[in-house]
Design a protein around this ligand. Sequence first.
Ligand code: ATP
Length: 307
Amino acid sequence: MKATTPSVRQQGAVDCVIEMRGLSKCFSDLVAVDALDLDVHRGEVFGYLGPNGSGKSTTIRMLFDFIRPSAGTYTVLGGSGADPAIRRRLGYIPGELRFDPKYTTADLIAFYGRLRGGIDMTYAHELLERFDLNPMRPIGQLSTGNRRKTAIVQAFMHRPELLILDEPTAGLDPLLQHEFHQLIGDVKRDGTTVFLSSHVLPEVEALADRVAILKKGTLVTVAAIDDLQRQARQHIDLYLACEANAEPFEKLPGVLSAASSGAVIALVIEGNVADVLKHAATLPVRRIVTHETDLEDVFLNLYRDQP
Ligand SMILES: Nc1ncnc2c1ncn2[C@@H]1O[C@H](COP(=O)(O)OP(=O)(O)OP(=O)(O)O)[C@@H](O)[C@H]1O
């Protein structure tokens, strides 16, 4: 690992809070992470996606210096994730929670409070209330979801500049997932950067500004959610005042399928819908129904094997 200057490095006008250059990790002859070049910008929520075993947790564990890279370099907040001064500015939820079962959540947050020093404990107590967590029970007696809540409180309680979250909502019920999403929105508004590894595609779609997709240790895409949304297929139904004929739509650019039934034309379109709307304007259209774009399809296609 190359330690660089302890300030956040800038790339052009953009603050990069995480930088990876050629970052690689091999376990014997398995290449778990292969020459990653990736920048995470200050203030963004960055989704880190990929199928099981694609190297997401391995990347995160390198960022905290829990394991050493086989090649390449990284910086976190301009320095090393092993540096206690940097660690105090980070919040972390590991994929696998390993708390000492005999301690309570209250013990744990008191411990982290002392370790990090000078933090406002009222916020920790607000988080306990927000997630409806009884801090006095030993962690060994908590359900999986309640252990996850403990992990959330310890990661957010000191208002870190950068949160690195490895599947943070695994095991949370939908109400608490919703609360967690609100919390991410709150900290983002305060300028916090979030590096979010998740398998929950709608969660990433709702929260992330940009995403990277990792497959077999290699980056297959780094893209803005907005750009992926533009690539997503749109489903549009046209309700006409006459018998429908889908044929003229089939030839239009971007139309993947056009089907008619009675007075309705059902269209699936990729990219720009301008030509479709131009043609629709020549017809007696009574109603247009648009369905949610299938960003999940875009993600799944990127997950699948590419040539
Ligand atoms: N300590 C280790 N020793 C040997 N192989 C390892 C070790 N840690 C991870 N691996 C292997 O490295 C690859 C990447 O694992 P990693 O846990 O980073 O994937 P992941 O993307 O986080 O997966 P998941 O989505 O299932 O959590 C896998 O093939 C895994 O078996």
